[in-house]
Design a protein around this ligand. Structure first.
Ligand code: NOJ
Length: 779
């Protein structure tokens, strides 16, 4: 115990600026394995729920299961406008897409004062990466590999959103994303189930706080259950084929982690899984979620997902869609209005049992009791403004942005030293590109974009170097531009000591309904890049995007490239501090960065195939054997692997050492089956040395491969990671205590168990390097 406390303190000291942690009142790093069985799981709520349920008419029960968007729509509209009347009649349980205390209070007053049973409304919103204080997009936040940071970010988001009456966020998106064409990759934590699970739990802890019924806590909604990220061809809303094995091994774990962290709600997805839409899927919604995981919260459909069972082809009318969706386990209908139209009739016809209806209504009522809405339905409008953009929130937004940046390349420039950080002796900088000072394009995916909150890259850079030393030329628009624009950019570059290019996508090019079939720079930006590089000036490329972009030319010819994602309202200060070395980049990729779009879907934790090819090293000629699993025109390996990211210092990893050479499958399985204390199966360690001249913050990763098992396992699978700080010249031995789960797998009977296997373990800076240690699992 003492050891654990010491580790937690050390971690907090290393990772966190005390001032930020203290202001937020979060004392220590949480134990991700402790389930939060309070809130919706609190048994003391049951009596209140039953008493209220008892008083409700059939129509009032159905009303609690209907949810509508009352503000800016975030999907195809339902065309309803009669919400006030419906609320007064008890026909609406939840509203979303409104975002001020005044509006939420106005609707709440109708529910509480005019409806027969005075049941409050729960107000929801897509609070994705902050509410008023906009943080980096989730893909960027995940690139910090810092769950505690994410927990702090979501705590702030909860405080701000709840000050406006929002007590339910449709976040986190915990979909595994393996295909950069899919625009919603931007909203999640990338391709890995282990990292995704750590992040999912952190989001939930931050939003829901220590108690759901404190006024500044908001209910989390883990979405989109499940498999949505596996959309074929990366095309949003498309269908998916996912075997039960793959579902359990890759797509379900982050949802399970969110449930274990106490997530109050889950959103059922749009996609079909093996032909059965996720919003009418008894296997995922009942067997896995309710029976195996014991989830007691609300399952909310995604926007119109119940109505979409008709175009999916499993229902020919609204009545059937409701019957299938509801009986499969969708409690609440977001926007389709079909529960409102047909659910009562189906109960009367006996096609939906009354007890089944009561179950769903109980869940919604329990959520509202757990949030304390019956005691405090209204929001104090006089405190709303002061809750927003508080100094600690802004400072956290900057820290989060800095930790989200991934330095992809930093080679020597013309004077033979790495281009970054830019020396303070540099006088004149040309800032070129369409993404340096255009707030809506550089901030985030959050819905409340307010340009005045942002400190743009241009503003911060101009302040740093002095306006007279900054030559600002756009050079191109995101999707267009003229020859004259480009000529002006080249002229500005020619006058400068260093050129900083801000290129990429705008925010509308990722997120929902923003799939791309090409992943290069849009418009004429590639042309602009090539012309500016041709000036021979030192060039730094800052990429803004919601996904990796395929830029092989840039990675060959531009000396320094930083992936900035969409950094949020502190984009400018965070970028300037990073470019000039006040902050040392420490983010690492959470998605494999493709060389070309044809490699997608691309993910590191793939299976080997029967004809693997080792063409991972681009400096060596690829094998010329034709009959291998390969492309004839591209390497298999990514441009940059999962887990990759440079910093302004250099690191050396020693060999992976293991505390044991042999493990027993039977003992591992006994440990897995033992409830309670988590046992250590093996300790893996390695020395990591900072060989450079700056302090390093390094995310050390541990990967495992199992060979000889009943079901083929990934060539590597992440099983742990830790952020450490190393002074120049310092060496630390980094040890990972691996539990039995690191050596178990979903076997050929779809059971999670250990099997005899040959095991390789790497402690490494990313998923493609490091020296493996070996251990054997015997029966
Ligand atoms: C549809 C999106 O898929 C979902 O993520 C979002 O929460 C809802 N619209 C509500 O805006």
């Amino acid at each position: 115990m003492r050891k654990l406390l010491a580790a937690v303190c050390l971690y907090t000291m290393l990772v966190w600026q005390p001032s930020v942690g203290q202001t937020l009142g979060i004392a220590s790093a949480p134990n991700p394995r402790i389930s939060v069985r309070s809130g919706i799981y609190d048994p003391s709520l049951d009596a209140k729920v039953e008493a209220l349920l008892h008083k409700m008419t059939l129509e009032e029960k159905v009303g609690q299961l209907a949810q509508y968007s009352a503000g800016q729509p975030t999907g195809p509209g339902t065309g309803r406008t009669d919400y006030e009347d419906m609320i007064a009649k008890g026909q609406i349980g939840a509203l979303f897409n409104i975002s001020t205390a005044k509006e939420t209070n106005a609707y709440q007053r109708i529910a509480v004062e005019k409806s027969r049973l005075h049941i409050p409304i729960v107000f929801g919103l897509d609070v994705i990466n902050g509410f008023r204080t906009e943080f980096p997009i989730p893909l960027g936040l995940a690139s910090s590999w810092d769950p505690l940071l994410v927990e702090h970010v979501t705590r702030i988001a909860a405080r701000e959103a709840s000050a406006s009456g929002i007590r339910w966020t449709f976040s986190p998106m915990v979909d595994i994303a393996r295909d950069a064409r899919w625009g919603r990759m931007a909203e999640g934590a990338g391709e890995d189930p282990f990292l995704g699970s750590e992040m999912a739990a952190a989001y939930v802890r931050g939003y829901q706080g220590s108690r759901l019924d404190t006024p500044d806590s908001i209910a989390a909604c883990a979405k989109h259950y499940v498999g949505y990220g596996a959309a074929e061809g990366g095309r949003d809303y498309n269908t998916t084929e996912i075997s039960e094995h793959t579902l359990r091994q890759f797509y379900l774990p982050p949802f399970h982690a969110a449930v274990n962290a106490g997530a109050a709600t889950i959103m059922s997805a749009f996609n079909a899984i093996n032909g059965v839409p996720a919003s009418a899927n008894p296997f995922t919604l009942q067997q896995v979620l309710r029976k195996e995981w014991g989830f007691r919260g609300v399952v909310d459909s995604d926007w119109e997902a119940v109505g979409e069972l008709i175009p999916h082809g499993i229902a020919n009318d609204g009545l059937t869609a409701v019957r299938k969706g509801f009986l499969a386990g969708v409690d609440m209908d977001m926007t389709s209005s079909l529960y409102h139209d047909h659910l009562a009739q189906l109960v009367r016809l006996g096609q939906i049992p009354q007890v089944r209806l009561d179950e769903s209504v109980r869940r919604v009522l329990r959520l509202k009791f757990a949030l304390g809405l019956f005691d405090r339905p209204y929001t104090d409008e006089t405190h709303e403004a002061e809750a927003m953009l508080r100094p600690e929130a802004i400072s956290l937004a900057r820290t989060a942005a800095e930790r989200s940046f991934v330095l992809l390349k930093n080679s020597p420039g013309p004077n033979n030293t790495p281009i970054l950080p830019i020396s303070n002796d540099v006088h004149d900088i040309a800032l070129i590109g369409p993404l340096a000072d255009d707030p809506p394009n550089t901030e985030s995916l959050a819905k409340l974009d307010r340009n005045e909150d942002l400190i743009s890259f241009r503003a911060a850079l101009s302040k740093h170097v002095g306006e007279q030393h900054l030559f600002r030329i756009r050079g191109a628009d995101i999707t267009g531009g003229t020859d004259e624009d480009q000529a002006a950019a080249v002229a500005a570059a020619g006058k400068a000591d260093v050129v900083v290019l801000a290129l990429g996508e705008d925010t509308a090019m990722s997120g929902e309904a923003a799939s791309r079939s090409k992943l290069g720079l849009p418009g004429r930006q590639q042309e602009l890049l090539e012309k500016v590089v041709a000036t021979g000036k030192p060039v730094v490329l800052i990429l803004f995007s919601g996904r990796p972009l395929t830029l092989p030319w840039a990675f060959e010819h531009v000396p320094a490239v930083l992936a900035a994602w969409f950094p949020g309202i502190q984009a400018g200060p965070a970028l300037v501090r990073t470019l000039f070395g006040e902050s040392n980049p420490s983010g690492k990729l959470v998605v494999s960065w493709p060389r070309s779009v044809g490699q997608e879907p691309l993910y590191y934790n793939a299976l080997s195939t029967g004809r693997p090819i080792d063409n991972t090293d681009p400096t060596k000629p690829p094998s010329d054997d034709k009959y291998l699993s390969r492309y004839i025109d591209e390497l298999n390996s990514p441009q940059f692997p999962f887990g990759y990211g440079l910093s302004y210092t250099s690191l050396r990893y020693g060999a992976t050492e293991l505390s044991r050479v042999q493990l027993k499958a039977s003992s591992l399985n006994a440990m897995l089956n033992a409830r309670g204390v988590r046992e250590i199966a093996l300790t893996a360690s390695a020395e990591v040395t900072n060989t450079g001249s700056r302090t390093a913050e390094e995310v050390v990763q541990v990967y495992v491969r199992l060979q000889g098992t009943s079901v083929a396992q990934p060539v590597r699978a992440l099983k742990g990671f830790r952020r450490i700080t190393l002074a120049p010249g310092e060496t630390k031995k980094v040890a990972f205590d691996l539990g039995p789960d690191a050596f178990a797998m979903w076997n050929d009977r779809n059971l999670f168990a250990a099997e005899p296997a040959k095991v390789s373990i790497w402690i490494s800076p990313d998923s493609a390097h490091g020296t493996a240690g070996a251990v054997e699992i015997v029966p």
